[in-house]
Design a binder for this molecule. Sequence first.
Ligand SMILES: [Zn+2]
Length: 238
Amino acid sequence: MREIRSTTEVAPGILFVEGPASNWTVFHGGGSVELVDCGYPADRPLVEASIRQAGAEPAALRRILITHGHSDHLGASRELAADSGARVQTAADELPNVRREVTEQVTVADLLPSVLKRGTVRWAVEAIRAGGLGDVGVPAATAFDGDTLALSTGHRLQVVATPGHTSGHVCFFEPDARALITGDAVVTGHALLRDAGELQQLPAFFHHDVDGAERSARLLDLCDATAVLPGHGPLLRL
Ligand SMILES: [Zn+2]
């Protein structure tokens, strides 16, 4: 059974959810909800449960912001948006990936060299069961404007471009809580990584552009963040 691993109220109205295999963040306030990322397609009931845990209703969902268009972050955003009237938004450079006009995502062929490594087969089976190979594209997704987003919940997010993992990957920084949502630019754990709890990059075969991903990870300004909310692995306090 799929279960939420942990939830943390990082700051008022910001609930970080460590999902079964990937994470999302619930922003809530003023009767509205906005999400950053959505887990896997199979995580939809957990996403809805986390919104209720935050004291809100899934029908109050106004927008789903996507760090990058991978199936373990897009999840059921298309269906959640359709049912609530929410918008799905991402960076302009990431829009083709989110709409699935292109697919910058690891394939079985990419995995072949490492398929004998411990954990890879198990990870792949679980990813496929969670809907990782399903049709997760959001044709109606739009690009957000500018690099500061005013959320309907009263929070604001600064967009931090971190291309490499995918062409238009972004992180989001909430300056009041000093919380950095990193997507897959850097993570603190993954089924295919040995050390959990440390800031690190995903294995290279997950990245569309390995050099770019490394550059983005290195340049990612963590100095001002006191909390890192990664796409995979537990919350990290700095
Ligand atoms: Zn990814």
